[in-house]
Design a protein around this ligand. Structure first.
Ligand code: ADP
Ligand code: MG
Length: 335
C-alpha cells in the first residue's frame, strides 16, 4: 500500500507545483489523476516514486518511508516504478535488450523466460530485435511499460501513458494496464497502478478512483461516476467530460425552478438533455459527427447554449429544434 500524506513541493520563483496532496493506493487498485498541463502531475509522480524530495509531507510504502534523492545514494524505491512521459529507452539497444536490462540481476534462463513473457503480454514479440527508433510510438510506450513491470513491482506509476498514442494504441495500453492489475493469479502480490493524464476519456473507463488536480491541489477524489455526475467545480466538470455550464437563473428556460443563488453554476451533461417534439426551443449552432452518434450545440438564447448527443442523423446547422431535460435533479457547482 502506497500512502502519501500532505505532500508539498515548490520550485524557485514561487511555483507551488504540489500543494498539500494526500493520496493512497491499495494493492490491485487503479487510480487516475486528471489535471491540465502545469497542474503538478509529473512533479507529484516524482515525489511518489522517491525521485524528488518533498518540501513537506511524506510517502510511505507498506508503512515504511520512501526516501527522496537527498537521503539515498540511488534514488527510487525497489517496489515502485515510474514510466516517464518520454519513455527514456536506451537508444542503441533493441526492444528486447531494453526490457532484459531491467532483469540484469536475475539468472539468465529466468531472464529469457520473463522477457519472452513480457514481449507477449505487451505485444512486442514481432519487433523485439528492432531499436527504439525503428518502432512506433505505441510500441515504444509498451516497451517502457514492459521494462517497468519486468521484476513485478508492487506499484506502477505512469506519466500520461496515452497522450502520444493513436486510438488503437490507446486501447491496447488501456487493456494492458487492466490485465496487469486485474488478472494476476491468486497468491501473487497485486500490482497497483496510478496514472496521470490530461484527458479523462481513458481514465473514466479503467480507474477505480479518479482525482482532479488543479494548480497542484487535489480538489476532488472519488469514484469516476461520482466525479462525472457530481463535480465540485466548473474545472472538475470540464476535466471529466463534455459539459454545459450555465447560471442557475437560466434553468428557468427548462421550466425548472431556480434554487439558491441565481448566479450559482449548474452542470449539465450532454446525456441529460434530449431533442424532443415540444420543450425549450433552440437553434442548432453546430453538429459534430462522433461515429456512434452526433454531438450538437444548440443555442437556447443569446446567453445559453447547450451541448447534447443525438442518434438522429437529419439535424442540420440553423435548424429549429426543441430540447428537454431528462427527469433528474440538476447539479449545482461550488464555483
Ligand atoms: P504537469 O505534469 O501537470 O504538466 P508539472 O508537474 O510538470 O505539471 O509542473 C507543475 C508546475 O511546476 C509548473 O508550473 C511547472 O512549470 C513547474 N515546474 C516543474 N518542474 C520544475 C522545475 N524543475 N523547476 C521549476 N519549475 C518547475
Ligand atoms: Mg507532466
Amino acid at each position: 500500500m502506497l500512502n502519501a500524506t500532505k505532500l508539498t513541493k515548490s520550485f524557485p520563483g514561487d511555483v507551488k507545483a504540489v500543494r498539500n496532496v494526500s493520496i493512497s493506493l491499495r494493492p490491485g487498485q487503479i487510480v487516475a489523476l486528471v489535471g491540465a498541463s502545469g497542474s503538478g502531475k509529473s512533479t507529484l509522480l516524482n515525489l511518489l516514486a522517491g525521485l524528488a524530495d518533498a518540501d513537506t509531507g511524506e510517502v510511505q510504502f507498506n508503512d515504511e518511508r520512501v526516501l527522496g534523492p537527498s537521503e539515498k545514494l540511488v534514488p527510487g524505491h525497489e517496489a515502485i516504478r515510474l514510466v516517464h512521459q518520454e519513455y527514456q529507452l536506451m537508444p542503441n539497444v533493441s526492444v528486447r535488450e531494453n526490457i532484459a536490462y531491467a532483469l540484469r540481476f536475475f539468472e539468465k534462463s529466468y531472464r529469457n523466460f520473463r522477457v519472452n513473457e513480457l514481449l507477449k503480454l505487451c505485444r512486442l514479440t514481432d519487433v523485439q530485435e528492432r531499436l527504439p527508433r525503428q518502432v512506433s510510438g505505441g510500441e515504444k510506450q509498451r516497451t517502457a511499460i514492459a521494462r517497468a513491470i519486468a521484476d513485478k513491482p508492487a506499484v506502477l506509476l505512469l506519466d500520461e501513458p496515452f497522450s502520444h498514442l493513436d486510438l488503437p494504441n490507446r486501447l491496447l495500453v488501456r487493456d494492458l494496464l487492466f490485465d496487469l492489475v486485474r488478472h494476476q493469479p491468486d497468491g501473487v502480490v497485486q500490482t497497483s497502478c496510478l496514472f496521470v493524464t490530461h484527458d479523462t476519456t481513458d481514465a473514466l473507463s479503467i480507474a477505480d478512483m479518479l482525482g482532479i488536480l488543479r494548480d497542484g491541489k487535489l480538489i476532488q477524489l472519488g469514484a469516476p461516476a461520482d466525479l462525472y455526475h457530481r463535480p465540485v467545480t466548473a474545472y472538475a466538470a470540464r476535466m471529466t467530460g463534455p459539459v454545459t455550464i450555465i447560471k442557475a437563473k437560466h434553468v428557468s428556460l427548462f421550466d425548472l425552478p431556480v434554487s439558491g443563488s441565481p448566479d450559482a453554476l449548474v452542470c449539465l451533461r450532454p446525456e441529460q438533455i434530449t431533442l424532443s417534439d415540444a420543450g425549450t426551443p433552440g437553434t442548432v449552432r453546430a453538429v459534430y459527427f462522433r461515429g456512434s452518434n452526433f454531438e450538437l450545440d444548440v443555442d437556447l438564447s443569446r446567453y445559453v447554449s447547450v451541448r447534447l448527443f443525438t442518434s438522429r442523423n437529419d439535424v442540420q446547422v440553423g435548424q429549429l429544434v426543441h430540447v428537454t431535460l431528462v427527469d433528474a435533479p440538476v447539479w449545482y457547482l461550488k464555483s
